[in-house]
Write a protein that binds this ligand. Structure first.
Ligand SMILES: NC(=O)c1ccc[n+]([C@@H]2O[C@H](COP(=O)([O-])OP(=O)(O)OC[C@H]3O[C@@H](n4cnc5c(N)ncnc54)[C@H](OP(=O)(O)O)[C@@H]3O)[C@@H](O)[C@H]2O)c1
Length: 311
């Protein structure tokens, strides 16, 4: 599977990564998780993204694939889902305790990347939270520090010398960060991970989505409807439920500044379909342009705009 260098980290990451939020929040079961993540590693995917806040996700990854630790770049996040730990929210004490707990849950000695989990700009600018990641890096607990989030906090974080990775929403229904965050990442050679890369399957009705995705995907579903695209418009001829995941993933990866797209799934079949999708030809440039124009036109006509990046 093709890889990209993750900015100035020098890490070589596959263009498709695994987003491990849904296995924490949805009732997936240990056998299914083990099958799913091992299948992705077997097919060459080498990037796993999780967070302290994703309920059982870190522990499930530790159980499923800690024995294969040398085969994947491991990203986790701190600053959310840590109310039970000592110290104030976003304090160095709390963040340090969270990282220690993540290492235990993930059964590893180090995280390749640790991200601040979507704190606001004021918290970033205060400096303590970034300082906690620098201390963890100096202690050998993490290799690189980064930020996961969108809009102005991500723009600010992307230019900091100690922030080497930005995880930000990029997908066909969420294109603001492409215009604001990615140019700053490019200028500073900051690594870019695209979160929510298939727009939370925005083509599905929210009612048909499982658990938290019902609400989480609803704004993307609304935008998707206003964009009014069909696979046929984009030169595809199959069933929309089959074509949209491929089109959506390829749209995210069509932007050179995106180093990896971490697609979330609880399904081994969907994970394998995503691997197959990115091994096909990329989207044609005119298709990418058509999707970008549909976004701009629908955003401009929407009273509820602007369509900012969704955290
Ligand atoms: N603030 C943050 O830091 C933040 C926020 C959001 C996300 N993230 C990270 O980004 C990752 C990805 O985001 P996400 O999981 O929200 O969204 P996503 O990857 O855009 O979409 C996930 C949804 O798409 C479905 N799906 C995946 N592959 C499919 C396929 N081939 N066909 C049909 N449906 C498919 C999944 O359902 P099935 O389970 O049925 O496949 C799931 O409902 C997360 O897991 C997390 O690691 C971070």
């Amino acid at each position: 599977m093709r890889t990209n260098e993750l900015g100035r980290t020098g890490l070589s990451v596959t263009r498709l990564g695994y987003g491990a939020a849904p296995i924490g929040f949805l009732d997936t079961g240990p056998n299914q998780i083990e099958r799913l993540i091992n299948a992705l590693l077997d097919r060459g995917v080498n990037l796993i993204d999780t967070a302290a806040a994703y309920k059982g996700s870190e522990a499930a990854i530790g159980e499923a694939v800690a024995a294969r630790r040398s085969e994947y770049t491991l990203i986790s996040k701190c600053g959310m889902g840590d109310d039970d730990l000592p110290g104030d929210a976003w304090s160095p004490e709390r963040l340090s305790a969270t990282i220690d707990r993540s290492l235990q849950r993930l059964k590893t000695d180090y995280l390749d990347v640790c991200l601040l989990h979507s704190c606001d700009l004021e918290t970033l600018q205060k400096g303590d939270a970034i300082g906690a990641l620098v201390a963890a890096r100096e202690a050998g607990k993490i290799r690189f520090a980064g930020y996961s989030g969108d809009n102005s906090p991500a723009v600010w974080a992307a230019a900091r010398p100690d922030i080497t990775v930005i995880e930000t929403s990029v997908n066909l229904c969420d294109q603001a960060n492409l215009k604001t965050v990615l140019p700053v990442c490019k200028a500073h050679n900051t690594g870019v991970i695209a979160k929510r890369p298939i727009a939370n399957a925005a083509w599905k009705s929210p009612a048909s989505q499982p658990g938290f995705y019902k609400q989480y995907a609803s704004e993307y579903h609304r935008r998707f409807g206003l964009m009014g695209l069909t696979p046929t418009d984009l030169g595809y001829s199959g069933h929309p439920e089959v074509e949209w995941p491929e089109i959506a993933l390829k749209f995210t990866l069509a932007h050179a500044g995106v180093h990896s797209a971490i697609c979330g799934t609880t399904s081994t079949a969907n994970a394998e379909a995503n691997v197959a999708a990115i091994e096909k030809n990329p989207l044609r440039e005119e298709v990418v342009q058509r999707v970008m124009e549909a976004f701009d036109t629908a955003e401009a006509a929407d009273d509820q705009g602007p369509w900012i990046g969704r955290t």
